[in-house]
Design a protein around this ligand. Structure first.
Ligand code: NAD
Ligand code: MG
Length: 298
């Protein structure tokens, strides 16, 4: 590794080579088709044993932020169960290979988060296959822009809530009885929770819900020693953005309005999840860790 996540660098200069042009993929999109490639930490994330022996379930673990988190967790010593859609097998297989190279036990459990029965079976299979569970990362999500509420399809509204909110509820409800004291639940929210875009009415609403869910549940589960926190990314280069997460013309300037002046890479998110998963954050509960290039948040 020529550089890793501890190398002293000017963050304004990082990733100058990753400068995408207009592009589009059908949902759910593939990291394999992103041009230029996103940095998932494949060549940069260095583990130091911060999650040794831990057992993690991550949704949306095939690509983007979930994949970067999976790589970091495996290199920190955790075993990982990966959830993703069947159409994403190509991305999932590549990530599973990287995790296994790091020495992790890996379970690949494809399915649709909008399906309650899948969500329940996912937890059961993860617990069975990993021999328990002590980290849950609710990260899978849907984002499709729409400029006019009178044309926002009812099924899009329902699917966005089912994927981003209902699945988080079903999976967490099923997981909690299995989680020992010391476990961590980490939900993925967004800058959209506080600074909603006019074209992301449904998506932004789910992200505000995730923040409230996190802060309410954190208080409920703290006495059991289960810590619930959230990560709130800003603009990050992932398949979500090119599958109508943004209008085409915004892709080329994506993230340029942040104080840092650039979009972020999934690899820059992973350390936030590692911190919240690890015992080193033992007194951090109900927190939203913003990783957004400097945009002010409440
Ligand atoms: P991504 O496309 O790489 O990951 C999203 C994943 O969600 C997909 O890989 C897919 O596996 C999963 N998913 C979507 N619909 C599903 C379904 N019906 N069933 C099963 N799995 C499904 O994009 P990402 O940006 O890494 O997204 C991860 C999380 O980060 C999402 O919750 C997203 O809202 C959040 N987020 C992203 C950004 C950003 O700029 N990229 C910003 C803020 C928040
Ligand atoms: Mg994907």
């Amino acid at each position: 590794m020529s550089r890793d996540q501890y190398t002293f660098v000017n963050p304004a200069d990082l990733y100058a080579d990753i400068d995408p042009k207009k592009q589009h993929q059908p949902e759910p999109g593939l990291d394999a088709e992103l041009a230029p490639k996103a940095d998932l930490g494949e060549d940069t994330y260095r583990g130091t044993g911060r999650l040794a022996g831990r057992k993690a379930l991550i949704t949306g673990a095939d690509s983007g932020i979930g994949a970067a988190t999976a790589i970091a967790f495996a290199r920190e010593g955790a075993d990982v169960a990966m959830s993703y859609l069947p159409e994403e097998e190509e991305d999932a297989a590549r990530i599973a290979g990287i995790l296994r190279e790091a020495g992790a036990t890996v379970l690949t459990i494809p399915g649709d988060l909008r399906d309650k029965e899948y969500c329940r079976a996912l937890v059961a299979e993860a617990v069975e296959g990993l021999g328990g569970l002590d980290i849950l990362v609710n990260n899978g999500g849907k984002q499709v822009f729409n400029e006019d509420i009178t044309t926002l399809p009812d099924d899009q509204f329902d699917d966005t809530f089912a994927t981003n909110v209902s699945a988080m509820f079903w999976i967490t409800k099923e997981a909690v009885p299995h989680l020992p004291g010391g476990s961590a639940i980490i939900n993925t929210t967004s800058i959209q929770a506080y600074s909603p875009s006019d074209i992301l009415v449904d998506y932004a609403s789910t992200k505000a819900t995730i923040n409230a869910f996190t802060k309410a549940l954190a208080q409920q589960l703290a006495p059991k020693g289960i810590r619930v926190n959230a990560v709130a990314p800003g603009p990050i280069w992932t398949p979500l953005q090119v599958t109508d997460g943004q209008p085409q013309e915004k892709i080329a300037v994506f993230g340029e309005d942040t104080p840092l002046g650039r979009m972020g890479q999934p690899a820059e998110l992973a350390p936030a999840y590692v911190f919240l998963a690890s015992a080193e954050s033992s007194y951090v509960i109900g927190e939203t860790l913003n990783v957004n290039g400097g945009m002010p948040t409440p």
